[in-house]
Design a protein around this ligand. Structure first.
Ligand code: HEM
Length: 471
């Protein structure tokens, strides 16, 4: 072997493999941290048809993301998402099908359309806060996670699919709940089968009910175009490059991929932002200056650009708590990253979690410090840029990254402006979730109206609330 030849992946001893394999789908972050400490950020796991490669080194990730899509397969035997989002979803497509489906949706995510959603995001946040404030009761604790989920779902459905469909948000949220829980259940439960009266059958029925809503909406757009320039569904229907079945799977994908990820990230962001003394007040001061009171002119792209601290809080929070701890793709050919050989057929699990905690790129990596992005020299900025990959990179990066970031920044800014939010515990909760990384136990907070320290919100109906950290 010459010095330049890629080396085989380091891996745990065979006797330790079953334990790692079992735990990686239950507590992925724990296994990743263990393997990283023992073998470094690129290593192997499993064997035969179940062989995997973990890639969490920023340099290796840069190489991975620069490779052509043809080097990988997303429609592989371990991809369970297709059952929920549909077999024609871009997320489980490869080759020309992926290119066509993604480019049709991508053109709908234009900068003009994204900017057009800014006032609506702030309006929806204000409406959610108003509802919350109406129900405030003294001394109760509010779980901000379901509150944020309800708000994010409303924003995603409204922004992507228009006013009519957003009126059915609660129904859509209910139909997504069981499939999302199912995706987080054990691989054994997800084994494909046609049997009725099982969890899989119920998920299938939920998806059929969702399809009926989407089909009716597609038919309605064909018959009565709304002319709404911000509506993605109308654009997809008019575009004509996808069949109705394909459009339906992209709609399910966009809601599914955009809803849980963003609301889990919002919960982490609120936990982190309220635990740093004084940070909520700094967010509030910035929002007061930039957004002004709710009666002020509608915010626009320049307003968003001025929310610099809220932006850094978002970036720091998703660095430490990326919604996807691991993202899978299969090697379609032998590939080499970070000097290691990953043989064809290996399931590559690239990790935004490991990259976001890489000590070379991030001094004091476990510290939550939104100011770490300020005053970087060129070298530090390049390192941080390479190691910040919560939305992936390259031709398969997250299509909704700009929408998600916009939502997180605007929501946290408005919450800081209007509410006092204090965490009930000073501990960072353990993460839970293989598909979407969420805080265990949600985000319980003491929430009061700004300056009104005696009132809090109940979390009784699970449709959530919002919280304050006047610290
Ligand atoms: C904080 C929120 C979000 C995070 C952290 C996130 C993260 C990711 C990641 C890591 C990927 C996979 C990249 C890869 O496999 O290389 C991805 C893909 C994707 N995301 Fe997101 N995402 C978020 C929000 C959204 C939103 C709001 C939408 C849409 C409304 C969305 C739609 C998608 C789609 C469609 C894909 C598949 C793209 C493809 O296969 O070409 N995501 N996302």
């Amino acid at each position: 072997m010459t010095v330049d030849e890629p080396r085989p992946l380091p891996h745990p001893a065979w006797r330790d493999q079953p334990g790692h394999l079992r735990r990686i789908f239950q507590t992925p972050h724990v296994v990743l941290d263990d393997l990283n400490a023992q073998f470094g950020p690129v290593c192997g796991l499993g064997a035969g048809p179940a062989r995997m490669a973990i890639v969490g080194d920023p340099d290796a990730l840069r190489e991975l993301f620069a490779m052509p899509n043809t080097s990988f397969r997303w429609n592989h035997k371990f991809n369970v998402l297709g059952f929920v989002v549909g077999k024609q979803s871009m997320i489980v497509s490869d080759g020309d099908d992926h290119r066509r489906r993604r480019s049709s949706v991508q053109s709908a995510f234009s900068r003009r359309r994204l900017n057009g959603w800014i006032p609506m995001i702030v309006e929806q946040t204000d409406a959610a806060i108003d509802r919350l404030v109406e129900r405030l009761e003294p001394d109760s604790t509010v779980d901000m996670y379901p509150a944020g989920r309800a708000l994010v779902l409303q924003i995603v459905v409204r922004s992507l699919f228009g006013e009519r469909m957003s009126q059915r948000c609660n129904e859509i949220g209910d139909l997504f709940q069981r499939p999302q829980d199912y995706l987080e259940s054990s691989a054994f439960r997800q084994f494909p089968h046609p049997f009725p009266h099982t969890a899989r059958a119920r998920v299938r029925a939920d998806r059929q009910a969702l399809d009926a809503i989407i089909d009716a909406e597609i038919a309605h757009r064909r018959a009565h175009p709304t002319g709404d320039p911000l509506d993605i569904l109308e654009t997809l229907v008019a575009d004509g490059s996808m069949t109705d079945a394909e459009i339906r799977d992209q709609v399910a994908t966009l809601i599914g991929a955009g809803y849980d990820t963003t609301s889990a990230s919002l919960a982490w962001m609120l936990i982190r932002a309220t635990l740093v003394p004084g940070l909520w007040d700094r967010l509030r001061a910035e929002a007061d200056r930039v957004l002004g009171p709710p009666t002020d002119a509608a915010p626009d792209a320049s307003t968003l650009a001025e929310l610099d601290l809220a932006n850094r809080v978002m970036r720091e929070s998703v660095r430490l708590h990326p919604a996807g701890v691991l993202s899978p793709r299969e090697a379609a050919v032998d590939v080499s990253v970070g000097g290691y050989l990953i043989p064809k057929g290996t399931l590559i699990l690239w990790s935004a979690h490991l990259a976001g905690r890489n000590a070379d790129a991030w001094p004091d990596p476990l510290e939550f410090d939104p100011d770490r992005f300020v005053g970087l020299d060129d070298r530090q900025r390049a390192l941080a840029d390479m190691a910040w990959v919560p939305f992936g990179r390259g031709a398969r990066n997250c299509i909704g990254f700009a929408l998600a970031q916009m939502e997180l920044i605007l929501i946290v800014a408005r919450l800081a402006q209007r509410l006092d939010v204090n965490p009930v515990s000073s501990n960072i909760p353990d993460p839970v979730g293989m598909v979407v990384n969420r805080p265990t136990g949600g985000a319980p907070m003491r929430v009061t109206r700004r300056g009104d320290s005696a009132t809090t919100v109940p979390d009784g109906d699970g449709h959530g609330t919002v919280c304050s950290a006047g610290r």
